[in-house]
Design a protein around this ligand. Structure first.
Ligand code: SF4
Length: 649
């Protein structure tokens, strides 16, 4: 079915249900920033209008000629052959959000005087739905030139509202989180490590949301109305920072409404302090439900200090309740050094033991991080903390039969695994097909149902595909120590805490997704299409070792004339100890390329950047809402994004 037909069917379904319930669509309103038009680049007002319109347009469309992309960096009037007006000549000053300042329109959901109406954030729209930002900029530019009238009288305009939400339906993954997360507008805790409080002000999903719970729910109801997971469609996203969803007064009402719409699983992240016996019992009526439970500590007093949670005991007591109601969950722990390192590690051990005894489906240990905006910045050597945590996790894996992963998983692989990307199992979910088939920690998969396995991504893809097929059994060949062992799995044999609704790999847990060799084939194509000789590939500290190993093993570049430099840009925007490549922003890439050119004394023919820092919205935006095209506009070096998945796993 083509998208237009899908959209039409969704439209008729929505119209039907609305007639039954007389529910009105939530009003998505945006405030205009009329001050921005008062700082023009060109002082000729009509030229300024065209500049603003073209620059905004070129941030959401790619002009083409005869089917090929065309770069545009200026314009002239049709009647004037002489004067040229450059575009994007003030990127570092006006149109680009500064790395350290707040971008335009980052006034989230600001209440208006009078009727109590609230505005959505234009900065947020620039990230997820930049066509709204385009409309805002067009309107602001026009209002700099004309005044609107109605029946001969001036009309003041300071905002706009989306008319028909059917125009704003976009492709959806079908994940119910696309709706549930809108209930996370506040939190009942205030964790010392909360990533939301360490966001620099120009992050487009920044904080500042303050509106009534009824207003949240009105938007959520509209989002449920337009959510069509079976057709892969939903209303455009506009998420702010996501905090705790379970404490929202309409949390259960939202889940019930969503369950009436779809049988898709609910994956919910929670700090657990609202998980009373009543709430857990009600959630169990809405299965399939899986919780990412931020337990952090099984000691009420330590949890209270870490999370400033006055309700710690409720959260800790919720684990046996989840077990009783057969709701699978991952226990999430951030080991944060409050006093001494040994105190932190002892608590990690005790917390893992508690979660394992309460049948956690898995335990996820997140390496603690902080940004430059944390205040005060902890005086701790975090590299020492990370190494100690990984060492402890590896010891704990030997003591418990619950899988324990340390995130980001590549950190452990880089330290402990000389050979990267192996399909090695680091844990097995209790009562899963893998568990009953006697797969063990340390097994390396060599073959799945007759398909030879050469890498972790390949193993995961095969397992996932076979799980979704009608197959009831599969055979594996694994390397166990120095022996090769044949394993037969009965896919129908499983029980709690395993759940086929939430586990793609039949209970096998790996060190993350691994590096796809197909990325190298794509890289080769990009280099050849550009006929580039000197290529700069901007990777991350985490991925670089796997990339280098795969490049050394492949023959794809044997006859290539291209020389590839792999470098790692510093994450200056987030700062602190943040080193994830997916958190780099446009300005970090610009800074690095400019430094490279200054160091090497030449410009590369091509810069290749993994697409993952720009994956959030599909519109090539970084977390400040800035488009990746600015990298090339500022540095003058051709830039290509290499499509690849986000690696945080
Ligand atoms: S529970 Fe989560 S959202 Fe709430 S303060 Fe802690 S880390 Fe932040």
């Amino acid at each position: 079915m083509c998208r237009r037909v899908l959209r039409h069917s969704l439209k008729s379904v929505n119209r039907h249900s609305k007639a039954d319930e007389t529910q009105q669509d939530y009003a998505f309103r945006y405030r205009l920033d009329l001050e921005s038009a008062k700082t023009p680049v060109f002082h000729h007002r009509l030229a300024e209008l065209v500049r603003a319109v073209l620059e905004s347009l070129l941030n959401v469309v790619v002009p083409q000629s005869s089917g090929k992309d065309v770069k545009v960096d200026g314009f002239r009037w049709l009647m004037d052959r002489e004067q040229n007006y450059p575009l994007f000549c003030n990127l570092d000053k006006a149109s680009a959000p500064s790395a350290f300042g707040a971008p335009r329109g980052n006034r989230l959901l600001e209440p208006e005087n009078g009727d109590g109406a609230v505005f959505q954030s234009v900065a947020n729209a620039s990230l997820y739905e930049p066509r709204i930002d385009l409309i805002a900029k067009l309107t602001e530019s026009i209002l700099a030139l004309v005044g609107f009238e109605y029946q001969g009288k001036p009309v003041e305009v300071d905002g706009f509202k989306l008319k028909d939400l059917h125009d704003w339906i976009v492709p959806s993954t079908g994940s119910t989180g696309e709706v549930i997360d809108y209930a996370g507008s506040s939190c009942s805790c205030d964790c010392v490590f909360c990533c939301n409080r360490g966001n620099p002000p120009s992050v487009a999903v920044s904080n500042g949301m303050s509106r009534a719970a009824e207003e949240d729910f009105a938007e959520i109801k509209t989002r449920i109305e337009y959510f069509s997971p079976e057709n892969g469609l939903a209303l455009f996203p506009s998420l702010g920072s996501v905090y705790e969803v379970t404490t929202h007064p309409f949390f259960l009402a939202m889940l019930r409404r969503l369950r009436a719409k779809t049988s898709r699983p609910f994956r919910i992240t929670t700090n657990g302090n609202n998980l009373t016996p009543k709430v857990v019992a009600e959630m169990s009526e809405l299965k399939p439900v899986y919780l990412y439970f931020s337990l952090n500590s099984s000691s009420p007093s330590r949890r209270q200090r870490l999370m400033r949670d006055s309700n710690s005991q409720t959260a800790i007591d919720a684990l046996p309740l989840l077990k009783e109601h057969l709701i699978p969950y991952a226990a999430v722990i951030v080991p944060w050094p409050l006093d001494t390192m040994s105190e932190m590690l002892d608590d990690l051990s005790a917390t893992v033991a508690y979660a394992a005894s309460q049948e956690a489906n898995m335990i996820q240990v997140n390496l603690p991080g902080y940004t430059r905006c944390f205040s005060p910045i902890p005086e701790v050597d975090f590299h020492r903390v990370w190494e100690a945590v990984i060492e402890q996790v590896r010891e704990l894996r030997e003591k418990h039969d619950c899988p324990i992963v340390a995130m980001p998983t590549l950190y452990e692989e880089n330290i402990y695994h000389k050979s990267k990307n192996l399909a090695q199992i680091i844990g097995v979910v209790k009562n899963s097909p893998a568990y009953f088939g006697d797969l063990r920690k340390g097994d390396i998969i060599l073959d799945i149902s007759g398909f030879p396995v050469r890498s972790r991504p390949q193993a995961r893809d095969l397992l996932s595909a076979l799980r979704q097929s009608q197959a009831n059994a599969l055979s594996l060949k694994v390397q166990r120590g120095t022996s090769t062992v044949q394993i037969n799995l009965d896919l129908s044999k499983h029980s709690y805490p395993y759940s086929p609704d939430f586990d793609a790999y039949l209970g096998m847990v790996f060190l993350g997704a691994g590096f796809r060799v197909s990325y190298l084939e794509d890289l080769k194509q990009v280099i050849e299409a550009r006929r580039a000789r000197r290529v700069l590939f901007l990777s991350s500290e985490l991925v670089k070792p796997s990339l280098e190993q795969c490049l050394a093993e492949t023959r794809l570049f044997t006859n290539s004339a291209a020389k590839i430099d792999i470098e790692v840009p510093q994450n200056r925007f987030f700062g602190g100890n943040i080193f994830m490549g997916d958190l780099l922003v446009v300005q970090d890439f610009i800074d690095h390329i400019q430094g490279y050119v200054a160091r090497r004394g030449f410009k590369p023919d091509l810069v290749v950047i993994p697409s993952s820092p720009f994956n959030l919205s599909g519109w090539g935006r970084d977390l400040t809402g800035r488009v990746y095209l600015d990298i090339e506009r500022v540095t003058g070096v051709p830039v290509e994004l290499l499509p690849c998945a986000t690696v945080y796993e």
